[in-house]
Design a protein. Sequence first.
Length: 224
Amino acid sequence: MYIQNPEDRNTLTQRNNIIKVRGEGEIAVQPDTASVNLGVVTESNELIGAQQQNSMVVNKVIDSLIALGIDRNQIQTFDYRIEAVYDYEQGKQIFRGYKITHILQVKIDDLSIIGKVVDTAVQNGANYVANVQFTTKYKDSYYQQALVMALNNASNKAKTIANTLRVSLNPTPILVTEGGDTIQPFESQQVAFVKGVSSTQIQPGQLIIKASVSTDFKYQSING
């Protein structure tokens, strides 16, 4: 026989004198690093020419970012594609040309220059900007704090259940299972940036780092 809540998260098993509870903890922190995808998309009916043009613009974008102080090691190719492009007229496939897509992932340590990085890339030929993401170098440390909160949360739940049922709870769990961590960064959707825009404002917001645990607590009747 057991009593189970509607979400099947916290349970009390009378046969084994065990209260099972799930604890959760989360902490909001300021990000300290960012990444953004910057790309050059080139279309032409001549493949070699399209490749050469795309490569020239990509190199110009990279050089402009390095001039801003971005280390070359923080700029890497995220995606590179060559695609044939077709039009369809009256059910017929008509070859239109080729599309070359070269996307760079740029990591940024100075969050104050994110907008400038985007603007500089666009001004130097980038025509694709997407996936602005924020994170932190100290994720493990923050996760440990969230994990402590999760365990305290589980303990408080178990105490509440025990007090309500008027049973004596052993405050030390006999089993703790870590549920894993999650981090929810601010993430922008793909945005089209137009040349000539004086300044792109990108706000880092906050990160929410979460931890969870599943725990088993022993209890006994106060009357023995």
